[in-house]
Design a binder for this molecule. Structure first.
Ligand code: PLP
Length: 467
């Protein structure tokens, strides 16, 4: 129970404070500040009430190394004391160069050639969009420049909050008030979300074939692909549908169709990249390579706000056909501090073989989740890869009938689990009348076996409590 969860924690205790949240801060729920976090160590957060929370979702699938990692802290401090900032349009730094080098050294196997670093996943997606558009601008004639202006993305995808990234997303609750600002030219095809969309009597191959038909039809409609800059998708969807890996062969199909219609493929690995699914890039498990891939969250592991855009040799060569510039500069792009921290994260991942560990711990989590929850009344589906797992709730398992739209089971389970000292990540999205109601688990790759068991135990108790 909650007491046990907190007392078995190995973190040093931090004195409780009773300081109230300031009314000046604009919160997500404007007048309802969330609990105050005051410190963190390993996989555990301490709140101002003195309560400790086992963070089984790594914040928003960010914290891949846990908190208080001495090597990351040392790297950050060293960078702060030598070169905290310089104008990164005017100067380069060892931190940014080395971070790009370590990622591209690995990424070369997949045809990746250069990396750019910005401050968030949303910004990375906007930069990726501009790079893709510029590619066609540089390689194409006037006709291509005029026509290649559209995007094809997926229902149930989430790519961020900036106007570009939001435009590619179909997370409706995050879009409604801003719909008139929506960038033009985005169309959405069906997601690769077998639990809800694969039809009765249709096997995986048949489902993928149907999605191929839909994608080809959409490209045909858009000038036979001549109007489409890129297809955009998350190899494993994170936030909107609650961790949905695609059916086998789906991404190979998408790559083939993009190639056949001369459309770029942008993969958003902001959540599922950096080892989260058990390989550094999630696309490695699909046997394909993208033209552009974005990374975020785990890149800075929560120690620094940093995200990345990696472009392929083909995109690079295309860009080089122009003036040899990418006119996209943000003040904090390539920031030395965030790059130094992300570089150390990469070194720690490699030195401690943590992507491999993520894979191994993922198997344990898979096993435990099925054992604990497969029989639960409202658990319709459990799916995931590596240390990214989703549990989807339905009212009726046999028909997949959802709960009433106003009833958010994921949020209820999250609340119960939090009361018992474990943080998990809820989400709900209703698209095409299909209500995805879920919680996500995405713990640090450094989580211990005991902590993982505790996370599953508490999740199970929270799920049973709502039955
Ligand atoms: N892309 C994906 C797949 C995400 O999950 C997110 C954030 O959750 C983003 C992009 C946006 O990243 P950020 O919140 O860092 O702007």
């Amino acid at each position: 129970d909650a007491q046990e969860a907190t007392t078995t924690s190995t973190i040093p205790t931090t004195p409780a404070t009773t300081k109230k949240a300031s009314p000046a801060l604009l919160h997500r729920l404007i007048n309802a500040p969330p609990p105050t976090a005051i410190s963190a160590h390993g996989s555990t957060l301490t709140l101002s009430t003195g309560a400790t929370i086992l963070d089984a979702c790594g914040g928003a699938a960010v914290s891949i190394l846990g908190h208080g990692h001495p090597e990351i802290i040392a790297a950050g401090c060293a960078q702060l004391s030598t070169l905290p900032y310089c104008h990164t349009g005017a100067y380069t730094t060892d931190a940014a160069e080395s971070l790009a080098a370590i990622l591209i050294e690995d990424g070369k196997r997949f045809g990746l050639a250069k990396a750019l670093f910005v401050g968030s996943g949303s910004e990375a997606m906007d930069a990726a969009m501009k790079l893709a558009r510029q590619f066609w601008y540089e390689v194409g004639d006037e006709g291509v420049r005029e026509r290649k202006t559209r995007w094809v993305a997926r229902k149930q995808g989430y790519h961020g909050v900036t106007l570009g990234a939001m435009g590619l997303s179909s997370n409706l609750p995050r879009k409604v008030p801003y719909a008139p600002l929506q960038i033009p030219g985005v169309s959405f095809v069906g997601p690769a979300y077998a639990y809800q969309y694969q039809r009765a009597g249709e096997d995986e191959e048949g489902y993928v074939a149907r999605l191929r038909g839909e994608l080809e039809e959409e490209f045909e409609r858009l000038g036979g692909g001549k109007e489409v800059i890129a297809f955009v998708g998350e190899p494993v969807v994170g936030a909107t549908s609650g961790c949905t890996p695609a059916p086998r062969g789906y991404w190979k199909m998408v790559r083939e169709v993009c190639d056949a219609f001369d459309v770029l493929l942008i993969l958003d690995e902001v959540m599922c990249g950096c080892g989260r699914t058990g390989t550094f890039f999630a696309f490695e498990q699909e046997g394909i390579v993208p033209d552009i891939v974005t990374l975020g969250k785990g890149l800075g592991a929560g120690y620094a706000p940093i995200a990345g855009v990696l472009i392929s040799e083909r995109v690079l060569q295309g860009l080089m056909m122009g003036a040899g510039s990418f006119n996209h500069f943000q003040t904090y792009q390539l920031h030395p501090l965030t790059c130094a921290i992300a570089l150390e994260v990469q070194k720690v991942l490699r030195r401690n073989r943590l992507v491999e560990r993520c894979n191994e711990m993922g198997k344990l989590l898979e096993n435990d989740l099925y054992g604990a929850l497969a029989e639960a009344k409202y658990v319709g589906n459990i799916r995931g890869r590596g240390l990214l797992w989703g549990i989807e709730f339905v009212k009726d398992k046999s028909t997949k009938e959802p709960f009433d739209p106003k009833v958010e089971i994921g949020a209820r389970v999250q609340k119960k689990a939090f009361e018992m000292g474990v943080a998990i990540y809820p989400g709900v999205a209703t698209i095409d009348g299909i209500k995805g109601d879920h919680v996500l688990l995405a713990p640090p790759y450094t989580i211990t076996k005991e902590e993982l068991r505790q996370a599953v135990d508490v999740t199970r108790m929270a799920v049973l409590a709502i039955e």
